[in-house]
Design a protein around this ligand. Sequence first.
Ligand code: GAR
Length: 351
Amino acid sequence: MTPSEARRLRDDLDRRGGRLVFTNGCFDLLHAGHVRYLQEARHLGDALIIGLNSDESVRELKGPTRPLNGECDRAEVLSSLRAVDGVVIFNGKRATPLIEQIQPHVYAKGGDYTPETLDPGEKAALDAAGTDIQILSLVPNRSTTGIIQKMTASESAPAPLRLGVLGSGEGSNLRALLDAIDSGRLNARIVAAISDQEDSGFLNIAKSGGLPSHAVDGGPNPRRFDNAAQQHVADILQKQQVDVVVLTGFMKILKEPVLDAFAGRIVNVHPSLLPAHKGATAVQDAIDAGDKVTGCTVHLVTREIDAGRILAQAEVPILDGDDAASLHRRIKEQEHRLLPEVLSQWRKIPG
Ligand code: GAR
């Protein structure tokens, strides 16, 4: 819209007893804060015109890296909003000449201003036109600068570690990994959750967490994980470009081709202080051995079971009256802390 078209709209409204609302800004990266603000502004009258800073004036106001979007694009996006009746592009830092020409009935400005802190030139032009100045409440936590900061921060941050997590049981370690990712303690993405048990807590947690979930059929012998199953797991992990494979109570033995494809990149969590009590009954074995202390181990997986390089351990005392269930519960508390911690340091672990 040209300034004279905007003025004509104002005069038309005036004749009909209506009110033209005017606001101005750069609107470089439109966000919900802008949209709500413009809707509120529109409700102050019968039509809303936006004075949009030209590219040259945005550079003057915000520096040489702005605007991100050119004036024609910004005007097109703004014009498509239901609240907006017209956009007028203007040069110069201030909208004073435009205000003088349009003489809007209402001037709307975001809540980081007060009538006192408005630009004196703009304020004088508004007063001369008898314009009603309205300061609108600011929408919190929404700003173009904030969005740009987030985008540049995420660009410079290292890419999240792509995890493939395998489990057969309750899935509490999977939940702990998800919590660590959510809270920002672990910069990772779980790109595959794989189980040999279709009805496991592990797969339920994976599915309700929206993770790509896979039940892999281990084959006819329940004690084995046959060659087709090994290949199926390898295919999923490779397709998802997994950086680290994490075994959280995966009760089948992984072999080729997974071990080769991910050598040095498969981590297991085991409920004992390895090398003590290898195997599937480690918690009960520690009690039966009369140990006073057990714990958990995070280690690399190799061909030899529970024997790869130890990355971290945590101790857990065995209390009088402990049975396997009560002791395992306390061991898991340590696992939930230790496993995300090790993974968060993954890129610093010497190869
Ligand atoms: C964990 O305690 C893990 O150490 C153990 O299975 C549990 C899985 O719990 N792993 C082994 O015993 C491997 N030999 P979760 O399903 O609640 O994460």
